[in-house]
Design a protein around this ligand. Structure first.
Ligand code: IPE
Ligand code: IPE
Ligand code: MG
Length: 247
């Protein structure tokens, strides 16, 4: 019998990358420096997730509510996404990573939209980890768009309202084909979901870490995975341990 202990690894980890601005402010730097440093953390985290055996990694990069920020900061965040895809796409492709984008694309600029499409199309046949980038993403917007798609199907006579169930709605979300997140991590000490994967995270384990995103190291990521492995997930049923002792 092997004595190697295999840790339970979440199939899908989703991260709310928060605290870039506060990281920069704490150093007397403009917020944009925090966003730039945050991109380095993205690179390290993608690598660490792949090495840990995570199948799907979703990163919240820009929310549908982040349009409320000053225009200069929005431009910086869009510029960083563009630069990241231009600089890193070839490396990610070589590493076998498949890229998926979730969020509302219709209202994005043409240059961003085509770059996102290029990232998805280039990597579509890769079989390694799937990196899901949530860009211009908000759960309520996503669910409303899914409802509109179902309504259009009903109107066109392709679907009867009695056939609509959770699985049908799920199939109309941006995340169709992606398993639900097992673990949602938020950095920076904030303990809220901020409109992120509200439907999909119904049974996710939530982990809040006090560190700002630019300080989120692979070692910290590993410690979160360790904590996840110790959690008892019941999905409304009974824990495997309770069943074993017949209680
Ligand atoms: C996360 O850091 C990045 C985005 C939301 C795009 P923030 O920019 O929210 O940083 P804080 O929360 O203001 O410190
Ligand atoms: C959530 O962080 C969005 C992203 C990480 C992209 P925010 O910083 O926008 O969330 P709030 O405003 O603190 O809830
Ligand atoms: Mg924030």
């Amino acid at each position: 019998m092997s004595t190697v202990q295999h840790r339970i690894v979440p199939q899908h980890v989703a991260i709310i990358m928060d605290g870039n601005g506060r990281w920069a402010n704490a150093r007397g730097l403009p917020r944009t420096f925090g966003h730039r440093k945050g991109v380095e953390t993205v690179r390290e985290t993608v690598k660490a997730a792949g090495e840990a055996g995570v199948g799907f990694l979703t990163l919240f990069a820009f929310s549908s509510e982040n349009w409320r920020r000053p225009e200069a900061e929005i431009n910086e965040l869009f510029g960083l996404l563009k630069a990241f895809i231009r600089r890193d796409l070839a490396d990610l492709h070589r590493a076998g990573i498949r890229i998926r984008i979730i969020g509302d694309r219709v209202n994005l600029r043409d240059d961003i939209r085509s770059l996102l499409l290029e990232a998805e199309e280039t990597t579509t046949n890769n079989t390694g980890m799937t990196l899901v980038i949530a860009f211009n993403y908000g759960s309520r917007d996503e669910i409303a768009r899914a409802a509109a798609r179902l309504a259009a199907d009903v109107q066109a006579g392709r679907l009867d309202p009695s056939q609509i169930d959770a699985s049908k709605l799920n199939d109309c979300l941006d995340t169709a084909g992606i398993p639900d997140p097992d673990l949602v991590i938020r950095t920076s000490g904030e303990e809220r979901l901020s409109n992120f994967l509200l439907w999909q995270a119904a049974y996710a384990e939530l982990m809040f870490v006090p560190d700002f995103w630019p300080d989120f190291t692979p070692a910290l990521f590993d410690s979160v995975l360790e904590r996840y492995a110790a959690r008892d997930r019941r999905f409304g049923g009974l824990s495997a341990k309770a069943v074993a002792v017949g209680s």
